[in-house]
Ligand binder design. Structure first.
Ligand code: OOG
Ligand code: NI
Length: 266
């Protein structure tokens, strides 16, 4: 089972670094060989039948993952769940879905028309989790979505791919603390997401996180090509619970800020 999981994440990683070259360099900067363990990978989707959260999750359930936590992001109109594998060296997976019905008509219309382009069984594709953008979208629709929901715009442009990978600081040989990781990144010239501060969370909530700002990459919209934010890299340090085991959940208040790593900066 784990060989299949490793193969899946290898495919997801290759697709991810093709639009996130900084992740490949940072992986080399922080790691000293085999110590770069992924804490988790994250996905985004719309809560419409053909592509809803459970349609992504079924690929994970088939590989030995189970559902372990639920989260609500009221302002961003998102619901999320996280999944863990029975082999805890396999990355956790965080999947969120946009509650499309809570948006204004014109936004709902753009999104339902994107999903209407897809065959009913799109999510049965073996490579669904690294298949990219399955629909045609125009740059004008992208910009309209962007005004209302950065998440919706990102998803319309990038589709089904890891939104980010996350380095487990606990497993790094040369770094033990998130501030040292952040300093190394800044010294090497990478910009961090400062929304909510460079470090989200703390020892009390058992999880500290930071992330880069997304790279930029060229997207071919149906009418023209445009450079927009692609994917980012996250860094997480987990703390033990009273029973001595590391906390394995997510922290909604921190996640709310991590989402903003794909915001365009001026
Ligand atoms: C997911 C943001 C949440 C975390 O680690 O809290 C998250 C996203 O940006 O799609 O990954
Ligand atoms: Ni994350």
């Amino acid at each position: 089972m784990t060989a299949k999981v490793m193969e899946l994440f290898d495919n997801i990683w290759q697709q991810y670094i093709s639009v996130t070259p900084s992740a490949k360099s940072i992986h080399q900067l922080l790691g000293s060989g085999s110590d770069v363990i992924n804490d988790h990978v994250a996905y985004r989707t719309f809560n419409l039948e053909k592509v809803a959260l459970d349609k992504l999750a079924k690929h994970l359930l088939a590989l030995g993952y189970s559902e372990c936590g639920q989260y609500d992001f009221e302002a961003k109109k998102l619901t999320a769940k996280h999944y863990e594998h029975s082999d805890d060296t396999m990355p956790k997976v965080f999947i969120s879905e946009l509650r499309v019905e809570e948006f204004p008509e014109k936004i709902q219309k753009i999104i339902t028309e994107l999903v209407a382009q897809l065959p009913d069984d799109i999510s049965d594709r073996a490579d669904f989790l690294y298949s990219g953008t399955p629909w045609q979208v125009s740059s004008t629709d992208y910009n309209t979505l962007l005004e209302e929901s950065e998440y919706a715009a990102w998803l319309a442009a990038w589709g089904y791919r890891a939104n980010h990978f996350t380095v487990s600081i606990n497993h790094l040989e040369n770094y033990d603390c998130i501030l040292a990781v952040n300093s190394a990144l800044k010294d090497a010239g990478y910009a961090l997401n400062t929304s909510g501060g460079e470090v989200k969370g703390n020892e009390e909530v058992k999880l500290e996180q930071s992330s880069t700002l997304a790279d930029k990459a060229l997207v071919e919209f149906s009418d023209k090509s445009m450079e927009i934010p692609s994917c980012f890299y996250e860094f997480a340090k987990r703390y033990p619970l009273a029973n001595g085991e590391l906390y394995t959940g997510f922290v909604a208040a921190s996640a709310d800020k991590i989402f903003e790593s794909t915001n365009a900066t001026s």
